[in-house]
Design a protein around this ligand. Structure first.
Ligand SMILES: Cc1ncc(COP(=O)(O)O)c(C=O)c1O
Length: 370
């Protein structure tokens, strides 16, 4: 495993995104502008496209857009849903996707799954079969890694279940906080849209979003009205063939992305995924040894963010003020769990030595707080 290199300053952000960005990735953004219709930009774009396809384990296209991940939630809905969509809601970001679907005027069937638990294939099968009794279902939405609770759902098994029951129902996956921290084999799992943001485990500054899109999803877009313009898959496809985007891309961010993708492949994908599993195990051990319970149900715990029950009644803002003296920060619980839980992001370029430094400081705080 790669340990902290001299070029990597100590980690500051242990929040579940944005994550710290390596200095040369930040630096890449300061290069002079180039025209986006130039061969130089098209070569940069094509290189990133090829690397992202490898990261998604896909032969399909990956759209690279100046947007945050939520924009691509909206794109997936606008392009893939003409009729009805089922949204599985087991946390704040799956709730957001449901809100995006209704906000786009779609008929969204909301299926609530208790927070802190994963969406299971059997629940998906049941909801899909019930909905199919009233007519076709264009797509389902599911969040791979619920950042609000630290739960990871088995989207590969979910996709297989959907495919077996209703081959025309597309599987739309939000992998905003898991992508590049854990393998997401897009083709093998038979996903239709898998979207992510730059600022999470990828460790690129915020502002870019990426979506792997299947041929089936693209074919669906042809028959869906109201796709809009900026996020229209057909238009994006036309320009991607020329290694560019319809509107002006975020050139500086694409430069940063390119440098970070090189770092990711230098580390190696298997090593990167293994490092995230080690960080997860170390975080679980720290919490459990100190009498804290984990929020996520066992067997479905995230490799990139751990949500910890605040069973010792810590004052989280006070803890963060303490950590800030050493230039570190963790996250409070999300929404209804504010004060009742805290979250530690261990994604991106976090190394074991970074976590040890955080836990040393947290132990000192616990000692002084009694
Ligand atoms: C799982 C998940 N989905 C979607 C989003 C929204 O992403 P963005 O802020 O890039 O729009 C987030 C942000 O934290 C997230 O964690």
């Amino acid at each position: 495993m790669r340990e902290s290199s001299p070029s990597k300053p100590p980690q500051r952000l242990f929040i579940p995104g944005p994550t710290d960005v390596l200095p040369d990735v930040l630096e890449a953004q300061t290069a002079p502008m180039i025209g986006h219709r130039s061969t130089e930009f098209e070569a940069l774009y094509a290189k990133c496209e090829e690397q992202l396809q490898r990261l998604f384990f896909t032969q399909s296209r990956v759209y690279i857009l100046a947007s945050s991940g939520t924009g691509l939630q909206e794109a997936a809905i606008r392009n893939c849903v003409g009729g009805r969509v089922i949204s599985f809601v087991n946390g704040a970001f799956s709730q957001r996707w449901y809100d995006v679907a209704t906000g786009c005027g779609k008929e969204a069937i909301r299926v609530d799954v208790p927070w802190c638990t994963a969406v299971k294939p059997a629940q998906v099968a049941e909801a899909l079969e019930a909905a199919l009794a009233d007519g076709p279902v264009d797509a389902i939405t599911v969040v791979h890694n619920e950042t609000s609770t630290g739960v990871i759902s088995p989207v590969g098994e979910i996709a297989a279940q959907v495919r077996a029951i209703s081959p025309e129902t597309l599987v739309l996956v939000d992998a905003v906080s898991s992508f590049s921290g854990v393998a997401i084999p897009f083709d093998e799992w038979g996903l239709d849209v898998c979207l992510t943001s730059s600022q999470k485990a990828l460790a690129v500054p915020p502002g870019l979003a990426f979506a792997a899109v299947s041929d089936r999803a693209l074919a669906r877009a042809e028959s869906v009205q109201g796709r809009g313009w900026y996020f229209d898959f057909l238009l994006l496809e036309k320009y991607l063939k020329r290694s560019t985007t319809p509107a002006t891309p975020a050139i500086s961010l694409v430069r940063a992305l390119s440098v970070q993708l090189d770092h990711i492949f230098q580390e190696g994908l298997e090593a990167r995924f293994a490092r995230h599993r080690t960080l997860q195990e170390r975080t679980h051990a720290w919490a459990q040894e100190r009498g804290f319970d984990l929020m996520a149900e066992e067997g479905y715990r995230s490799p990139t963010v751990t949500a910890i029950e605040n069973s010792r009644g810590l004052d989280i803002p006070d803890l963060n003020r303490y950590l800030a003296q050493q230039e570190m920060q963790i996250s409070n619980g999300y929404g209804p769990y504010k004060g009742k839980a805290f979250r530690i992001g261990h994604m991106g370029e976090v190394q074991v030595a970074d976590l040890e430094r955080l836990f040393q400081a947290m132990d000192a705080y616990l000692e002084q707080a009694g």
